[in-house]
Design a protein around this ligand. Sequence first.
Ligand code: B12
Length: 216
Amino acid sequence: MADKDILSELKQSILDFDEDAALELAQESLAQGIDPVEAVGVLADGLNELGVKFERMEVFLPEIMLASDAFKNALSVLEPEIKKKNTEGKKAIPIVIGTVQGDIHQVGKDMVATFLATAGFEVYDLGVDVAPSRFLEEAKRLGAKVIAAASLMSTTRPVQKDLIDFLEAKGVRDQFIVLVGGGVVTQEWADQIAADGYGQDAIATVNLAKRLLHVA
Ligand code: B12
């Protein structure tokens, strides 16, 4: 099978919510010497397309969940390969990431977490519905200098500001780099709440984190 075919089949496995195919095709892509970063990119495209279909009510929650499992299956094969390349001889920088309090959307945050991990960062995923106090507690406990907070809804976007206000109130704002992102977040919003950075997507977030942390 030619490279292109394998990649389009890999994307199709996400669109078909096919966990077994996703795993097998991920293995096959590595066997064929395809760059695992490129493979993760097409998986992400598949998830994005499904997000649009979900909005149009062409697919429903169970399918989104299955697709997310298929994504994770493929990642379990691809991620170690990417990490191997990216972490050779480097000390990993810890980052905590989560979706803010009141918000249970996780797919995009998981993608960002995965991309950061594959880029060599030590990612601690706090999950969803994370309160500002928990972000701080865990960042301190884990020695993380970066706190990455996702919001997918206009009702929960203010919690990103609450997080920054909370860090200010505790007198520790300058000890952390706060990254914000998620469907409803914009550069303007990030500027408005004085976040340190805004990541529009997973790849942009990796580049941003590398720039802010001066990682090559
Ligand atoms: C899937 C989905 C769900 C699933 C979530 C499943 C799960 N486990 O994640 C379910 C069905 C549970 C759900 C529930 C709800 N949802 Co919903 N959901 C979506 C949907 C269709 C897709 C989201 C998604 O996964 N996108 C795919 C990922 C890959 O994209 P992404 O999250 O944007 O992430 C990318 C970037 O934003 C960025 N990024 C993401 N996180 C981070 C973090 C950082 C730090 C950085 C830097 C970058 C970054 O990188 C990612 C990769 O490129 C969106 C619509 C949409 N198209 O966005 C609505 C949407 C977000 N939901 C919405 C709503 C209203 C709800 C509900 C309130 C519905 C309801 N009435 O019950 C509940 C909320 C419950 C709650 N308390 O959170 C609205 C929000 C409207 C708004 N503007 O406020 C949307 C926009 C749909 C709509 N048009 O109305 N939802």
